[in-house]
Design a protein. Structure first.
Length: 284
């Protein structure tokens, strides 16, 4: 449905820089520097329409929030993963409807909500953190996104407290992900994908070293750099300010490694080659 109802979320935009993620409630309003927005003027209208503030009469645009809007505007206690990194995680893990996913390092729940949106209606995201403040904020964000049925947020250290089996993907956002590689391997089904997000290259090197030769294959690390382009007549160029670095994403697939019986096999008897017939050719 494209009709805005009581308690729905909206993205209210005045211009490209001034925008607000709001929950509309009957009888309430939202004050801005351009005037007051009355939610009763919005409820019952379609997403993608315009309203005007009172008493000043400035135009505001009302949009249906995208997943990227929730990520950038949601309450947070820690640094979040940016939309471009979340998109790469979805593409390189194959997470989709029905997937069973474990997330270690819930943080504010930005990625948790994205994963929850993609695994529903039959999948589930099991998210763990050891910081009570982060857990409280993440649960609040999951409730706002109405994802309680497909997302579980619990206190837990995946090295000690957590046990899962036959998961489709494991996503790590930890300070020491290399320490978790051996444990989470048992969580994944064969061909399941491990993803690790790390802000520094030293973390990546230790993680990749832990993955190599440990029944993981197709190990790759990526960094995404996004630039916004300012489009003006005769003056189109990249924006001066940008987020120069978010982090590194390492992916690996779990495999049941089997020793090759055809390579490195020694003959039962010593084999000798007779080169006597080649003596004339050697003289030439």
């Amino acid at each position: 449905m494209n009709i805005i109802k009581d308690t729905d979320h909206i993205l209210l935009m005045y211009d490209g820089k001034r925008k607000w993620l709001l929950k509309v409630r009957q009888g309430e309003n939202f004050g801005t520097h351009k005037g007051i927005v009355y939610f009763d003027d919005i409820i019952g209208k379609q997403y993608g329409t315009c309203i005007f503030t009172k008493p000043q009469g400035f135009k505001m645009r009302v949009f249906k929030p995208l997943p990227s809007d929730f990520i950038l505007k949601m309450g947070r206690t820690t640094q979040i993963l940016y939309p471009e990194d979340c998109g790469l995680i979805l593409m390189y893990t194959g997470i989709g409807p029905g997937s069973l996913v474990l997330e270690a390092g819930t943080g504010s729940g930005a990625l948790t909500c994205i994963l929850g949106n993609y695994v529903k209606p039959n999948g589930h995201v099991y998210s763990y953190d050891i910081r009570e403040k982060s857990l409280k904020q993440a649960r609040n964000n999951v409730q706002k996104a109405h994802l309680e049925d497909v997302v579980s947020i619990e206190y837990g250290d995946i090295l000690i407290d957590v046990d899962h089996h036959e998961l489709d993907a494991v996503v790590l956002d930890l300070a020491t992900p290399w320490l978790a590689v051996k444990k989470v391997k048992s969580f994944l089904r064969l061909s399941g994908v491990l993803c690790s997000f790390s802000p520094t290259i030293e973390q990546v090197k230790k993680t990749v070293e832990a993955l190599e030769g440990k029944e993981f294959y197709d190990i790759n690390t990526f960094e995404l750099i996004k630039r916004k382009i300012i489009v003006k007549e005769n003056a189109t160029r990249p924006t001066t300010r940008m987020v120069g670095h978010t982090g590194y994403l390492t992916f690996a697939r779990r495999i049941q490694d089997i020793e090759n019986p055809y390579q490195g096999k020694k003959p039962e008897k010593a084999e000798k080659v007779d080169l006597s017939d080649l003596s004339d050719l050697i003289k030439l």
